[in-house]
Design a protein around this ligand. Structure first.
Ligand SMILES: [Zn+2]
Length: 64
């Protein structure tokens, strides 16, 4: 069972007119992360979830 924490990206700071390749999946997106990186909301949520869970998952990801 995977519980993914949902983020609230309704704010305009999370939207750009210019699509750029998502830093996580490389598919162009209008969305921007909290830090202004082009990233899909779902990708960010997935990443965020991975990052906040202890080692096993995060370590697995890093070896990619
Ligand atoms: Zn993506």
């Amino acid at each position: 069972m995977t519980a993914v924490s949902l983020m609230d990206w309704r704010d305009s700071k999370h939207w750009s007119e210019t699509p750029k390749p998502c830093v996580l999946c490389d598919t162009p997106t209008h969305l921007r992360s909290e830090r202004g990186k082009p990233v899909h909301k779902v990708c960010a949520e997935d990443w965020n979830d991975t990052r906040t869970t202890p080692d096993q998952t995060a370590a697995k990801r890093r070896r990619n």
